[in-house]
Design a protein around this ligand. Structure first.
Ligand code: SF4
Length: 442
């Protein structure tokens, strides 16, 4: 049977929220530990025992206020951050009937707020007469904006996309979280008085000299915006996408992609699993994920792997893509793969994957998706003449997060490896505090 192209479209969220009686029962299981280890295990350092204590006394608004002091996006993070590997993993109730379901309790609070006639908004303090520009409106930029406003700064945020949110809006499949939840929490930042300018190509539209006249500081929270593609033979023609392009096309309804039915994905991180799972949900069951090492080396959240496994994801471990074969019409017909062997590198316990000579085999394919990470958008970095690290990120002073130009601060994955959304949020908040400290010193 010929391969029928499919137009991909969005999904409905599949997560459910505890009822209030269920949430109160779950909150009742918490020991309200002094020096709670759950708090230490969460990058945002949310006062978990504190918010659960307020929930127990039916003070949901007070509980939400406490959560939002460290994490302005509980509806999002409680759905997609790996709490089971962070705060819930550290919970002292773990061996007595399982950890307290902290993520689910946070989600109840977020839903309580979203359904409220009078949603919670923190009080804005008196102005300190400082204005900060932020480039990038993903989790780091947004949480920095909140913290700056709550410290009396005026904030203007620049975003290259049509809508704010970065990975919140473009990179999370809607079966994990609905667009409404994301929209609600992102809009909450704008309601604090943050000005947003969208559709801006910072590399072309932002002039540093005029910025220095108009603002007291500039924060770059631009992430690693350019998806990588493997430079294998044949990768210059045919239907070749990146994992983020697929997720974005699922999220932003005007960006539809046409995919074939024999899809090969190259990757091994959360995005590659999300893309594989999303395609399986669309009914495309001939999706094969190629990963160059073994399961235990995959940098993925346990919950995401479990979900993908339940959906029947097919992974070829210790396998790399060697070549993409297309016909005369530039249509992909198959891919050549090669098996790897894993070897320990010297005494460093690092495992390296080495191709096995003669182990090549072919797979039928009409679409190839690369999901092998992103790199820094060099345009802005070069335009602002910023120093970068060997790893290809923006170099900052770790004490202040200032770049080699003291007017420009940087935070988030453009500066360091960030594994979770809660990490990204925590970095934004932390850097905003450093900016305020610097501005007040002047
Ligand atoms: S460690 Fe567990 S039991 Fe203790 S405060 Fe945190 S959630 Fe409650």
């Amino acid at each position: 049977m010929p391969n029928m192209p499919k137009v991909i479209k969005g999904f409905d969220e599949e997560t459910t929220t505890l009822s209030y009686p269920e949430a109160l029962e779950e909150a009742g299981r918490c020991y309200l530990c002094y020096n709670a280890p759950c708090r230490e295990a969460l990058p945002a350092k949310t006062d978990i025992a504190g918010f659960i204590a307020r929930m127990r006394s039916r003070n949901f608004r007070g509980a939400l206020r406490l959560v939002k002091e460290t994490n302005f996006f509980p509806g999002i993070t409680s759905r997609v951050s790996p709490y089971d590997q962070q705060c819930e993993e550290a919970c002292l109730r773990k061996i007595y009937g399982g950890p307290v379901r902290i993520a689910e309790l946070e989600r109840v609070l977020a839903e309580y707020d979203r359904n409220s006639k009078n949603p919670y908004l923190p009080e804005i303090p008196e102005s300190i007469d400082k204005t900060v520009a932020i480039v990038g409106s993903g989790p780091t930029g947004l949480s920095a904006a909140v913290e700056l406003v709550l410290n009396g700064c005026k904030v203007i945020m620049y975003e290259s996309a049509r809508i704010a949110g970065g990975v919140f809006t473009k990179g999370i499949p809607s079966y994990l979280i609905s667009d409404e939840v994301i929209e609600y929490e992102v809009n909450g930042v704008l309601e604090l008085g943050v000005d947003l300018v969208t559709g801006i190509n910072a590399g072309e539209s932002i002039n540093l000299v005029s910025m220095k006249r108009s603002f007291d500081a500039l924060l770059l929270a631009i992430g690693m915006g350019v998806p990588r593609k493997l430079p294998v033979q044949g990768s210059e023609k045919g239907d070749i996408f990146t994992g983020l392009e697929i997720l974005e096309s699922l999220k932003l309804k005007e960006k539809r992609l046409r995919l074939g039915e024999n899809i090969v994905i190259v990757g091994g991180g959360n995005v590659s699993l999300d893309v594989t799972a999303a395609l399986l949900k669309l009914g495309i069951d001939t999706v094969t994920l190629l990963y160059r090492r073994d399961r235990e080396h995959m940098p993925v959240f346990k919950s995401r792997y479990r979900l993908a496994e339940e959906m029947g994801v097919k992974i070829k471990f210790r396998t790399v893509l060697k070549e993409i074969i297309s016909n005369d019409q530039r249509t992909i017909t198959e891919v050549v793969c090669q098996k790897n062997e894993l070897k320990e590198k010297d005494d460093s316990q690092q495992v390296v994957a080495e191709p096995i000579e003669g182990s090549e085999f072919t797979l039928p394919a009409d679409t190839v998706i690369f999901s092998i990470g992103q790199e820094l958008d060099r345009d802005l970095v070069e335009m602002f003449d910023l120093e970068t690290t060997e790893e290809g990120r923006i170099k900052v002073d770790p004490e202040t997060n200032q770049t080699n130009d003291s007017f420009i601060f940087a935070a988030g994955s453009c500066v360091e490896r960030i594994d979770t959304l809660v990490d990204a949020i925590a970095r934004g908040q932390d850097t905003a505090r450093k900016i305020v400290r610097k501005l007040l010193e002047e």
